[in-house]
Design a binder for this molecule. Structure first.
Ligand code: MN
Ligand code: MN
Length: 329
């Protein structure tokens, strides 16, 4: 069976056609599919600015600029992967717990069929639905979280399900293995010294923005790979990892962040990471002059696709076929 791939932009202009991620075919099948892009247009979990429900369409629009060959990793995405745009998960705006269940059900169709989902957010609360779906297929996964926030607070306004509490909920539900998980890029003012400490007490490794600067980008990437080892991993990329100068269109910006190049360089250092899922979240088009945040988000997804394609090129198993379900599940 032929791979799903976009039309050739030298034959059919990139600005033409209906917007899907990278102009990929919009099909809802798992047959012959390695990776599925899925929109998660939900922002009821946001505690500050809202509007990330429009993130997926903005990322898709920006993604038509992406070209199929990654010159740094030297990999052609569509020579190694069959990729589709699976459409959007059926969320219920205003109803977070129901939406998380719907997202998990929707994505489970993919994960249980061995398809790697890549979510386009949406606020970060959607991660809980995504992790439920990957854990249903693989058991608890390693979480690699790029973010300026730990998202391990217990509650906001007396409520347990928000984008700021999602990682704590995921640990409580047994969806991730803290001892294999790492948070990268934390910075900015917090409520107290216990905020970052709480993430560490939950068993997560925390690499603050200052630590990344101190040890350098290559060492930071190596530390991520070491932490995860060969365990199935979910890469969750909160776009506020970047400085608001590069990613202004986001829900809770923090200054003193990373440049576009630094973020892409860190990701390119993760070749070999055994990914079973990924997302890019917190893209908020209403605060995004020039669409620069959405363009950056599309490129973050592209780096993830290149990592997956490089695994295939290097003869490493498509992790979704590993049957990595741990004992006891
Ligand atoms: Mn954040
Ligand atoms: Mn976050």
């Amino acid at each position: 069976m032929d791979r799903y791939r976009p039309p050739d932009a030298l034959e059919f202009p990139r600005f033409a056609g209906i917007r899907t991620f990278m102009r990929l075919p919009h099909v809802q099948t798992t047959e012959g599919v390695d990776v599925a892009i899925v929109g998660l247009p939900f922002d009821t979990g946001a505690t500050f600015r809202v509007g990330a429900r429009f993130g997926p369409e903005a990322i898709r629009s920006a993604s038509v600029l992406l070209r199929p060959y990654h010159p740094v990793l030297r990999v052609h995405l569509f020579e190694h992967l069959s990729i589709v745009d699976y459409g959007d998960a059926p969320v219920a705006p205003g109803f977070i717990e129901d939406s998380l269940r719907r997202i998990a059900d929707f994505l489970s169709r993919l994960t249980l069929a061995g398809v790697i989902p890549i979510g386009l957010g949406g606020d970060h609360s959607v991660l809980l639905g995504e992790l439920r779906a990957v854990a249903a297929a693989y058991g608890p996964v390693a979480l690699v979280q790029f973010d300026s926030h730990p998202d391990t607070w217990d509650a906001y306004f007396g409520h347990r399900y928000t984008h700021g509490t999602v990682v704590r909920r995921a640990i409580e539900e047994g969806l991730i293995l803290p001892e294999r998980s790492i948070q990268v890029g934390l910075r900015g003012p917090v409520y107290g010294p216990e905020d970052w400490e709480a993430a560490r007490r939950l068993g997560l490794e925390v690499m603050s923005a200052a630590e990344v600067r101190a040890i350098g980008l290559e060492s930071a990437s190596r530390r991520i790979l070491q932490r995860v080892g060969d365990h199935p991993a979910f890469l969750s990329f909160d776009i506020d990892f970047f400085d608001p100068a590069y990613a202004p269109g986001t829900g809770t910006p923090e200054v003193g962040g990373f440049t576009s190049w630094e973020g892409l360089f860190l990701l390119r250092g993760l070749v070999g990471l055994p990914l079973v899922g990924m997302d890019v979240v917190e893209v908020l088009p209403a605060y995004d002059p020039g669409g620069i945040t959405a363009l950056l988000a599309a490129n973050v997804v592209y780096e993830g696709l290149a990592l997956l394609a490089a695994r295939r090129r290097d003869g490493l198993p498509h992790v979704a076929t590993l049957g990595a379900r741990p004992e006891g599940l």
